[in-house]
Design a protein around this ligand. Structure first.
Ligand SMILES: Nc1ncnc2c1ncn2[C@@H]1O[C@H](COP(=O)(O)OP(=O)(O)O)[C@@H](O)[C@H]1O
Ligand SMILES: [Mg+2]
Length: 269
């Protein structure tokens, strides 16, 4: 069991000519392997700041991030090893893949750098990764990102994140840049992978409807403060905070939005 803990984290950004900007105010939570937590909030609420601190692209101003009870390393081989265990999937699959490199290159790189498998197994591991994200390996492996659709690209980004065999995955709005029609397929894939590999997933979204269907727990972030948290159904069906109610009322009913006319199918089906 792996536990990642965010303890009393505050983040201030220095803004030129405008003093400090308080992006996170005393945020605490923990994420365990096998668990999916949704972090929900509107644009500017501080979601990506949490993701960046978790992956050490940003440093907390005060507070701590602990992996299995130990402060996470800020640099060097310790940070490398940490990033192998805790991987990030970014919002924009166009920006996160290098247009000059093939899909094979993108997947081989972490396999080689992190020495995940012996050299003579790298090729077969690349193909297995593509299969895991439900892409046709031989039709995909020698292409470059621009030859794929947005959804296929995000699947490659997910395969790359899985290459290092992480224990935890931080997915920062993984489908918000994709066409509405293919979002569900990518989310279902993430849910399947989570179960297959007992991954812990922090699913970051502004959409309460998908949050409920893909997570055990929901945390609601408003202006850098966690205003509500609890099991997913409880937060949606009986929100305690005014802001959560406003988010819910602004969000389409998941059953109406995603399911068939009977309105009974779940997103996982
Ligand atoms: N590098 C930065 N410098 C200054 N302010 C920033 C920086 N990154 C984010 N912010 C500000 O911090 C707040 C939270 O941003 P962010 O974490 O990106 O929110 P979200 O992902 O929920 O949209 C916003 O007001 C944003 O403008
Ligand atoms: Mg963001």
């Amino acid at each position: 069991m792996t536990t990642l803990e965010f303890r009393n984290v505050t983040k201030r950004y220095k803004v030129r000519g405008a003093g400090d900007m308080l992006a996170l105010d005393d945020v605490s939570f923990s994420l365990e392997s096998g668990q999916t937590i949704a972090l929900v909030g509107q644009s500017g609420s501080g979601k990506s700041t949490i993701a960046k601190i978790l992956t050490q692209l940003e440093r907390a101003t005060t507070g701590e991030v602990l992996l299995d009870g130990k402060p996470i390393p800020h640099r060097g081989p310790g940070l490398r090893r940490y990033r192998q265990r805790v991987r990030m999937v970014f919002q924009d699959p166009f920006a996160s893949l290098n247009p000059y490199h093939t899909i094979r290159h993108h997947l081989e790189r972490p396999l080689r750098l992190d020495k995940v498998v012996p050299k003579d197994q790298v090729e077969s591991e690349v193909m297995a990764l593509l299969e895991r994200v439900r892409l046709d390996p031989s039709a995909t492996v020698d292409r470059r990102p621009h030859e794929l659709s947005g959804g296929q690209r995000q699947r490659v980004a997910i395969a790359r994140a899985l290459a290092s065999r992480p224990e935890l995955l931080i997915a920062d709005e993984p489908v918000s840049m994709l066409d509405v029609s293919i979002r569900l397929g990518v989310l279902n894939l993430l849910a399947d992978l989570q179960r297959e590999s007992n991954l812990g997933v922090l699913y970051i979204t502004h959409d309460l409807a998908t949050a409920r269907h893909f997570s055990d727990r929901i945390m609601v972030l408003h202006h850098g403060v966690v205003v509500e948290r609890g099991d997913a159904d409880g937060v949606i069906l009986d929100p305690q905070h005014e802001y959560t109610r406003a988010l819910r009322d602004a969000s389409p009913d998941p059953d109406r939005h995603f399911a068939g006319p009977a309105g009974t199918a779940s997103l996982r089906s």
